[in-house]
Design a protein around this ligand. Structure first.
Ligand code: G1P
Length: 297
């Protein structure tokens, strides 16, 4: 794999998970499994498959189990091996070896922009990736979504926001970008003139929505530091990216792949069904069940 300039990624995982209560009372939403794998592990894997070497997870005080998940567990491994379950022992070992993972706590839930600002000491003065845990991106047989943005960053040496088209009625759920009227679109890449957090459909500058993947130039920290609260009373990454455009170019990249909104109940169930259908050991039974069920609906 070609060496790219982006080596570090930030995964904000300090949200309260209110959409998944009561499950998230004691379990972070990032640890809810899709089939048998926590959402967070899919996100970490995408980063690793994209060539990221170091990952910083932004957590809060209730998220110890994330650290345990990506750590070695000698006792469990020894027990599995003693009972002949070598494949399972190898699997839990592989998770611990997946990546170099660091953790930092966001002390107050002040929004995504504030969470990213907490990463500044870890990032320093380099471009970096951001992956949001609610958005699982799958590009079957192709390059991971984040890798596409990392390559676009190296091409332009500028911030790149990963986007896809959404139903125009849904713009109030996303950061929506405003493509520049003067700069021509180049393949999947388009220069931006603005970005707005969750606009109502009538006010939306386009239907290109930020889908939880970004490669940010380090100058973003200057804007996050001075960013005042925006939509929902939170410090929004979208607002800081919009201000960054006054100083340097920012692009949107129309990512190839399918997005699952794992932060939404329907999106989570859809991911569970699709991912289960991709497993040889589950597919026959599940396909048969779905066909029978469909006859009754
Ligand atoms: C966040 C961002 C938003 C982005 C979305 C993608 O919103 O603020 O710009 O479009 O993630 O999932 P949230 O869904 O956390 O409210």
């Amino acid at each position: 794999m070609r060496n790219l300039s982006v080596k570090k990624a930030v995964i904000p995982a300090a949200g309260l998970g209110t959409r998944f209560l009561p499950a998230t009372k004691a379990i972070p939403k990032e640890m809810l499994p899709i089939v048998d794998t926590p959402t967070l592990q899919y996100i970490v894997k995408e980063a690793v498959d994209s060539g990221i070497e170091q990952i910083l997870i932004i957590t809060n005080q209730n998220k110890h189990c994330m650290e345990n998940h990506f750590d070695t567990d000698f006792e469990l491994e020894a027990r599995l091996r003693a009972s002949g379950k070598d494949a399972e022992a190898d699997m839990i070992n592989e998770i611990a070896d997946m990546a170099n993972i660091f953790y930092i706590r966001q002390k107050e839930p002040k929004g995504l922009g504030h969470a990213i600002l907490c990463a500044q000491p870890f990032i320093g003065n380099e471009p970096f990736a951001v992956l949001l845990g609610d958005d699982i991106m799958v590009n079957r047989g192709g390059k991971p979504a984040l890798r596409q943005l990392m390559e676009a960053y190296d091409d332009r040496k500028s911030t790149v926001v990963g986007v896809q088209q959404v139903d125009p009625a849904q713009t109030n759920k996303y950061g929506i970008v405003s493509p520049s009227a003067s700069a021509p679109r180049k393949g999947r890449l388009v220069k931006l003139s603005g970005m707005v957090e969750k606009p109502e459909p009538a006010d939306a500058p386009s239907n290109l929505a930020a889908y939880g993947r970004y490669v940010l130039a380090p100058a973003i920290f200057d804007y996050l530091e001075s960013q005042t609260a925006g939509k929902g009373g939170e410090i929004q990454l979208t607002d800081a990216i919009c201000r960054l455009m006054e100083r340097e170019a920012v692009y949107a990249y129309d990512m190839e792949g399918e997005r699952y909104d794992a932060g939404d109940k329907f999106g989570f169930i859809r991911a569970t069904i699709d991912f289960a259908l991709e497993r040889d050991e589950i597919r026959p039974k599940l396909a048969e069940y779905i066909k029978k069920l469909a006859e009754t609906l």
